[in-house]
Design a protein around this ligand. Structure first.
Ligand SMILES: *Cc1c(COP(=O)(O)O)cnc(C)c1O
Length: 372
């Protein structure tokens, strides 16, 4: 059997171990310490976010963002339907109701037209949504100008789920730094990883201070433990933050490699009638995953199974949340875009450590399958 090719494996720089050793040798084996501060500063410098709070996961960052925006039981929160479940789960942790909104075809992210319809109908039904969670899926920025103008018009804050889009840029600004609060993930499959981890960023200091407070059990500054509100154990470990610092040394190289994967697939699969998502003017995607849209469900499955037979991992696009058994009961505003993408879309191996030889193997299998 040929060596397994993974969809999006970790890719260490070699520098991580220095920071891990430092943590070990100085006994900072805790969810605080110099690496945590250092990693926050690395992210601030890189993204131009003003403030940051390092957390245990992207999911916990979304959870804290919703708490800080005042989401309470029976409130409504709008969320992009075409995403990973971790965008929506925290809404439910709080007993609030997700309102799911479909995508547009230019970026595959939340459709601004449908978003406005959803807001208006929710208001008619008696509730102004408390927040809008938008997602920059697979690294492609969402249409932020249109989204922010609705956010201003109706006075609803935007949380940017940038778990997949660290390093992606929208009209000169890093995704994650454009809305009220941004969220990054450093899970094992993301563009850089701390094995597991997340970051909440904002241009308002109050959110990041409050996030770190809530993430450390909401302890008040007393000699004994004093608590005025419910806290969480969501802070990032100093060991894992050390991995993050080592990864930040090579973030630009990682983005270059992911973008080169995309270009390779696009060029070498030209003429195959597979659809690749182009970047609109002013949009820069980190191309976290290289995605193709095939002509039919059957063709998608043929390609996926042919790759699987050769020990190559690929994956259908995210199954939209309004189609998920657990979320199907919630209100949704649909136009067919995400369902069509789910039916025909496939994520190809996209690791920044993918070799040209592997990419050629993958392309040949795809071409053979299509031309069979
Ligand atoms: C990975 C991911 C998350 C969750 O991040 P974790 O760090 O795994 O909790 C949230 N949203 C999207 C879109 C993701 O891809």
């Amino acid at each position: 059997m040929k060596d397994k090719i993974w969809l999006s494996p970790p890719h260490m720089s070699g520098e991580e171990i220095t920071y891990i050793n430092e943590a070990y040798n100085t006994n900072w084996i805790a969810p605080l310490g110099p690496n945590v501060d250092g990693f926050e500063n690395d992210i601030i410098k890189y993204t131009n976010a003003k403030f940051a709070s390092a957390l245990s996961s992207g999911t916990s960052a979304i959870h804290l963002a919703l708490i800080m925006l005042g989401v309470k039981p029976s409130d409504e929160v709008i969320c992009s339907s075409f995403t990973f479940s971790a965008s929506v789960n925290p809404i439910c942790y709080l007993g609030a109701t997700p309102i799911l909104v479909d995508s547009e075809n230019d970026t595959w992210n939340i459709c601004p037209k449908l978003l406005e319809q959803a807001i208006n109908q929710r208001i008619e039904k008696g509730k102004l949504p408390k927040a809008i969670i938008i997602v920059h899926l697979y690294g492609m920025p969402a249409k932020m100008d249109e989204i922010l103008s609705l956010s201003d018009k109706y006075n609803i804050p935007v949380i940017e789920d940038s778990a997949e889009s660290l390093g992606s840029i929208y009209k000169g600004k890093h995704t994650g730094t454009i809305g009220e609060i941004g969220v990054y993930s450093f899970n094992g499959n993301k563009i850089i990883t701390t094995s597991g981890g997340g970051m909440l960023v904002s241009n308002k200091e109050s959110y990041c201070k409050y996030s770190t407070h809530l993430a450390t059990q909401a302890r008040e500054p007393f000699p004994y433990y004093e608590h005025k509100e419910i806290g969480y154990n969501y802070r990032m470990s100093n060991i894992l933050a050390g991995i993050g610092r080592g990864q930040m040394k090579v973030i630009d190289e990682r983005i270059r490699a992911r973008r080169a994967n995309f270009r390779f697939y696009q060029q070498n699969l030209k003429g195959s009638n597979l659809l690749f998502l182009e970047e609109p003017d002013g949009f820069f995607s980190n191309r976290w995953l290289s995605c193709i849209v095939t002509k039919s469900f059957e063709q998608r499955e043929d390609i996926r199974l042919a790759l699987e037979k050769e020990n190559i991992e690929s994956r259908p696009f995210w199954k939209p949340m309004h189609l998920q058994p657990i979320f199907a009961c919630h209100p949704s505003y649909l136009n067919g875009v995400s369902e069509n993408l789910f039916e025909k879309g496939l994520c190809l191996p996209s690791g920044s450590n993918l070799s040209d030889k592997d990419k050629n193997r993958i392309v040949n299998i795809i071409l053979n399958t299509i031309n069979k």
